[in-house]
Design a protein. Sequence first.
Length: 269
Amino acid sequence: MKPLVFANFLAPNMTPVYAGVAERVGQALEVPVQLIEGSRFEQLRDGSVGVAFLCGLPYVRLCAQRPGMLQPLAAPILDEARYQDRPVYFSDVIVASDSPFRSFDDLRGHSWAYNEAGSYSGCLLVRHHLLQMGETESFFRRVTFTGRHQESIRKVVDSAVDAAAIDSHVLGVERLRNPRLASQVRVIASFGPSTIPLVVATAGIPATVQARIGAALCELGGDPESRSLLANGLIRRFTPIEDRAYDDIRQKVAAMDQRRAPSSSAGTR
């Protein structure tokens, strides 16, 4: 039987947890499964991936490009009080613990690290905050791209950059696995809450199978073994999620797109 291919397009620190999640779903459906690291979104278009753990920003952009290509199945609820038992997360602005910075405004004229341009929590949400402030990226003295949240954290700890915005789920898991990190960085601002990255099925998965996958995800946490698996990723459980839950992200994307769009009067005399 051909394996059901899962792909992780999120931070690699969650790969072991998602591998366990995929395995449990496969057991529930009685099908072989495989988890790979997502490397390009074409894998979602061409059907080589059936189920994906995906950031909300590429999700809304891919849905706009090709309606019906992705079906939202479920989203995690994180196991901390700040999430209020809702499928949300934050973008936490971190600095080194011994730095003088106490607020986002203090970062004017200092260095900043984005993880990647396609990240919602690590990039677009920061740019949207600058837009609300009436600022551009010239607010920072220097901007670099690190490639991933964990590398942004490392650069802040090593004082290679002054600050970065980190997916609060990623940051929480890093703190869980490296308790020293709590004494090495401070959170000076948080943007959000925003709807959390989700699990999607691609168009090649029949609707009946999509429903079974979603149900299997939402049943996780009902037994000690799966609770332990999810706890390793600070997940309390998965909950069903609808496309409209990501309208908060769509609104911020629209605001940024409007900023980049040329004026309607441009080129006229």
